[in-house]
Design a protein around this ligand. Structure first.
Ligand code: NDP
Length: 448
């Protein structure tokens, strides 16, 4: 094969974006992917997860509809149909990704790529010379060691699980554990979640953590804090889980959601001098160059922020540096994020604890309420909204929400934070009535 200007290893969010953009700049580009195009986000993460989250909401929507006058026979949930429809949609997206790449002129190579020397990549016996190489191989679920760990599943296996787990045990307290716990509870599983720490979602605002944990419990998750799994054993038709405190539990499936680790080994990177850190992530500088400067890396494999939009932004910086004007930078401050628990979390900026450490005196605005919809729905779900404001400058440092569509709402407020909005600007903004979001521009009194 002809030499290329850029060889991309990995057809996930970061890799596909980089390959397409580089080709659009006129570069000769090849991309190798051994699995389905779209990577974790499209195939085993964000997209199928969100589809299953929608599915889970219908269960409660039917119940809530009674308060609004609807009635009828209890609906039944068909797991097989959901899985089938999801698979069809994901296959459609795989095709869209392929079209985008091929349409942009990217040479697509199906197979695992290995570096043979600093400029040569081999895929399925074929060798390609490349001026630059971008590693965008993502990450994979990490399984902790415990007796019987091979009986546990990771998020990769949850989407096609057969049969539907009537009783599910979830280990972990991060994004994936909390999302899957509430999604499967919504779909009808009896869910128990064990988290080793004192409160789930370490790193999020403490009010948000406590609030969402309480809401998750209301949604039916049996959340056990300061608890961890010791061992797992098959027993007749089920699994017997033993906790570290000796308690036992019988379930149909166990999901371990205890973090994702970078996919950086087996590519021949270390042999050509690319350095990995103690967590196995590729070490890069601010322009995403590895210790071998013409080899670059973005996304989960560099383990900075494991979020698709961050990988996309990093890929754009790389392409701009290599083939554009080289002025694009990425700012890791104020990255908004959502956790698709039921209800969702949406957050941007600093937590109260982070803000107190960095800025000292703060004003905290907090509102907790029953959403209008639930005045008739019969649901006891509540929402939380919180603003963290720097007292000295009046700048809003953090926007946090737990409630329906929190991700959709906080995305807009993230623009305001990026623009450096003060609380006075929030106050001068007219609300949209009646919405939950208007609460963010109508909170007047700081909490004591
Ligand atoms: P996280 O890092 O978010 O959470 C891992 C959890 O597992 C933590 O609660 C951690 O506890 C716990 N844990 C780690 N090791 C062990 C162990 N040995 N035994 C018991 N518990 C353990 O990882 P996830 O796997 O949930 O997700 C990976 C990343 O993917 C996220 O951080 C996020 O960046 C991204 N993601 C984003 C989503 C979104 O945008 N909505 C959705 C899903 C994933 P402790 O806190 O005590 O260390």
């Amino acid at each position: 094969m002809e030499p290329v200007d850029l060889f991309v290893i990995g057809g996930g969010s970061g890799g596909v974006r980089a390959a397409r953009m580089a080709a659009q700049h006129g570069a000769r580009v090849a991309l190798a992917e051994s699995g389905a195009l779209g990577g974790t986000c499209v195939n085993l993460g964000c997209i199928p997860k969100k589809l299953y989250s929608y599915a889970a909401h219908y269960g409660e929507a039917f119940e809530e509809s009674h308060g609004f006058g609807w009635s009828g026979p209890a609906p039944a949930f068909d797991w097989a149909r959901l899985k089938r429809n999801r698979a069809i949609e994901i296959m459609r997206l795989n095709g869209v990704y392929e079209k985008l790449l091929v349409g942009a002129g990217v040479q697509l190579m199906r197979g695992s790529a290995t570096l043979r020397d600093p400029h040569t990549i081999e895929v399925g016996g074929e060798r390609v010379r490349a001026a630059h190489i971008l590693v965008a191989t993502g990450g994979a679920p990490h399984r902790p060691e415990f007796p019987g760990q091979e009986l546990a599943l990771t998020s990769n296996e949850m989407f096609d699980l057969e049969p539907f787990p009537r009783r599910l045990l979830v280990i972990g307290g991060g994004y994936i554990a909390c999302e899957f716990a509430t999604i499967f509870a919504g779909l009808g599983s009896r869910v128990t979640q064990l988290y080793r720490g004192a409160q789930v979602l370490r790193g999020f605002d403490d009010d948000v953590r406590a609030f969402v944990a309480a809401e998750m419990v209301k949604k039916g998750v049996d959340l056990r804090l300061n608890a961890n799994l010791a061992s797992l054993r098959r027993e007749l038709g089920s699994l017997k889980a033993t906790r570290e405190d000796g308690g036992t539990l019988e379930v149909d499936a166990v999901l371990v959601a205890t973090g994702r680790w970078p996919n950086a080994t087996g590519l021949g990177l270390e042999a050509v001098g690319v350095q990995l850190n103690e967590h196995g992530a590729i070490v890069v500088d601010e322009e995403f160059r590895t210790t071998v400067p013409h080899i670059l890396a973005v996304g989960d494999v560099i383990d900075r922020v494991q979020l698709t939009p961050v990988a996309l932004a990093e890929a754009m910086v790389v392409v701009d540096r290599l083939f554009g004007e080289g002025r694009r930078r990425i700012d890791y401050d104020n990255i908004p994020t959502a956790v698709f628990t039921h209800p969702n979390i949406g957050t941007v900026g600093l937590t109260e604890a982070q803000a107190r450490e960095r800025h000292g005196r703060l004003r905290i605005y907090r509102s907790e309420f029953r959403p209008l919809k639930h005045t008739l729905s019969g649901s006891t779900e509540r929402s939380l909204m919180k603003l963290v404001v720097d007292d000295a400058t009046d700048r809003v440092l953090g926007v946090h929400m737990v409630g329906a569509e929190a991700g959709e709402i906080v995305q807009g407020f993230a623009v305001a934070l990026k623009a450096g909005a003060t609380k006075a600007v929030f106050d001068a903004t007219i609300g949209i009535h009646p919405t939950a979001a208007e609460e963010f521009v109508t909170m007047r009194e700081p909490v004591a």
